[in-house]
Design a protein around this ligand. Structure first.
Ligand SMILES: CC(C)(COP(=O)(O)OP(=O)(O)OC[C@H]1O[C@@H](n2cnc3c(N)ncnc32)[C@H](O)[C@@H]1OP(=O)(O)O)[C@@H](O)C(=O)NCCC(=O)NCCS
Length: 218
């Protein structure tokens, strides 16, 4: 696994996955068919051992696997986020799971995504960050829109979901766009007051609704 520092955002601490995160709590998220209904993980049965193998699959790769911990409300380990790195093309493909019930609908996923995005662009040499999801995964589509991702292609009728053929929607954000955001006065204004918008690309989301910016943008 590639080396990462801990990433701090307003409410969260994002840090490399380790042995003590192999818990029944985590396994329970993966076996929750409602939570995982939009993920390919729904086709598998998970145990601590399958989770250990997944974690170990990151060994000696350039990829990252982090846990997401809530430090504001004391929920602890609420989910995981990973990035698969294509070094030759400076690409990162990011995946996320917010598993803890009490952490739902609080935009923790969006906040974690922004923290990881910031790290990958500012410190890990990434040029383009991508993600893909089923066209029916509304929470993930909202997350991708909130963090300024733009269309990056659609694979038509690619998966079968609850008996229907559905598209896989790909989205992306580029470093140059991210740099413009973090180097703008707006970033600092938004960080401090939460009262502005990010950029023309991010217009869809007023910052007071997002209000999730890293406390230490680099
Ligand atoms: C996708 C995910 C990371 C988003 O996390 P998040 O940013 O914390 O998102 P929230 O739970 O705050 O929800 C975001 C939006 O989706 C809505 N939403 C959440 N669950 C929903 C549901 N079951 N049905 C409809 N809308 C839902 C929320 O109301 C919110 O809408 P709003 O922004 O208009 O208020 C999280 O839902 C998740 O982990 N899902 C399961 C795993 C998964 O599908 N990962 C992606 C695989 S590609």
């Amino acid at each position: 696994m590639a080396i990462s520092p801990d990433i701090r955002t307003r409410r969260l601490l994002i840090k490399p996955f380790n042995e003590r995160h192999l818990t029944k709590r985590y396994v329970g998220w993966l076996n929750n068919s409602e939570l995982m209904r939009y993920s390919e993980q729904r086709h598998k049965r998970h145990t601590v051992e399958t989770c250990r193998s997944y974690w170990q699959s990151f060994e000696e790769t350039p990829n990252y696997f982090w846990v997401i911990e809530d430090v504001e409300n004391g929920l602890g380990h609420i989910g995981n986020i990973n990035a698969h790195i294509d070094i030759n093309n400076s690409l990162a493909d990011v995946g996320i799971l917010i598993g803890e019930k009490e952490a739902e609908k609080k935009r923790y996923g969006t906040e974690a995504w922004i923290g990881v995005c910031n790290f990958l662009f500012q410190e890990a040499g990434i040029r383009k960050l991508t993600a893909g999801t089923l066209s029916v995964n509304l929470p993930m589509l909202k997350l991708m829109r909130y963090v300024g991702m733009i269309d990056d292609g659609v694979r038509k009728q690619h998966h079968i979901w609850e008996g229907q053929e559905v598209d896989i929607v790909h989205k992306a954000v580029f470093k140059e766009v991210w740099d413009r955001i973090v180097n703008s006065d707006k970033w600092h204004r938004i960080k401090n007051t939460g009262s502005s918008r990010l950029s023309s690309r991010w217009k869809a989301v007023p910052a007071h609704r997002l209000n999730v910016f890293p406390t230490n943008p680099r």
